[in-house]
Design a protein around this ligand. Structure first.
Ligand code: ADP
Ligand code: MG
Length: 264
């Protein structure tokens, strides 16, 4: 296998509220904290990753919209965050119209891939793409551009059903636009140990998907849900809380798997 010069990971799940953005922000922060240079591309028109990293709307002059359209380069659209080594391409509401604007273009699925193909993208060792909660053209762009997909899965009854849909989509993407797309891993989120159903979901997901599922379980944690309203990753807001510690552990698992993959 050819070693890539960076790792582009799409964080996707067609369901909303499963922890995609929280995972993007906190995994990115944890990776940055251990010395990786990380870029988040906020591809959700809601812009939660941008807000959660303290980039308020009036400071989003250029955005992922400009990047997708090819009007601006990655270094022009990337902004610093309060976290050293962590940068973000914020999103704006313009993204809502982008599907219409590019839908007739033959390279409509490859807009992000083209934007990330520049030499400047190699300044970041990890690029995490935060997706909207649907299989729309934005998510397809993210999957076409990525080396792998990381799937946050909420520990609830319909988790497996949604997951099989997502895995089918990844298969389709492999057959059509990105033959090398990997599953980076599945991370179970908002786990509540007092809830028997959640325990059952963990067992079922592990039985079905084995090693693809990270050992780290992200617990449901109030501090994690409070952090975005302060414009901070949980890891900055409260490093000691169980949620932050879990995301640090997840980052070390991601890095460990990357090392194994590159060594294989
Ligand atoms: P998505 O991006 O998939 O829509 P979010 O990451 O925005 O999901 O999470 C949905 C909601 O759940 C947010 O309000 C977020 O703060 C909260 N949340 C996410 N992860 C946790 C967690 N581990 N503990 C508590 N609340 C969480
Ligand atoms: Mg989100």
């Amino acid at each position: 296998m050819v070693a890539e010069r960076n790792r582009i990971i799409t964080i996707a799940n067609q369901k909303g509220g499963v922890g995609k953005t929280t995972t993007a922000i906190n995994l990115a922060t944890a990776l940055a904290a251990i010395g990786e240079r990380v870029l988040i591309v906020d591809l959700d028109p809601q812009g939660n990753a941008s807000t959660g990293l303290g980039i308020d709307r009036k400071h989003r002059r250029l955005s992922s919209y400009d990047l997708l359209l090819g009007d601006n380069s990655i270094l022009e659209v990337a902004q610093e965050t309060a976290v050293p080594n962590l940068f973000i391409v914020p999103s704006t509401m313009d993204l809502l119209g982008v599907e219409m604007e590019i839908s007739q273009q033959s390279d409509r699925v490859f807009k992000l891939k083209k934007a990330l193909a520049s030499e400047d993208a190699f300044r970041f060792s990890y690029i995490l793409v935060d997706c909207p909660p649907s299989f729309n053209l934005l998510t397809m762009n993210a999957m076409a551009a990525a080396h792998s997909v990381l799937v946050p899965l909420q520990c609830e009854f319909f988790a497996l059903e949604g997951l099989s849909q997502l895995l089918e989509t990844v298969d389709q993407v492999r057959k059509t636009v990105n033959p090398h797309l990997d599953i980076q891993g599945i991370v179970l989120t908002m786990f509540d140990s007092r809830n028997n159903l959640a325990q059952q979901v963990v067992t079922d997901v592990r039985t079905h998907l084995g090693e693809k599922v990270y050992h780290t379980l992200i617990p449901r944690n109030v501090r994690v849900s409070e952090a975005p309203s302060y414009g901070k990753p949980a890891i900055l807001y409260d490093l000691k809380c169980a949620g932050s510690q879990a995301y640090l552990q997840l980052a070390s698992e991601v890095i460990q798997r990357e090392r194994q993959r590159l060594a294989a």
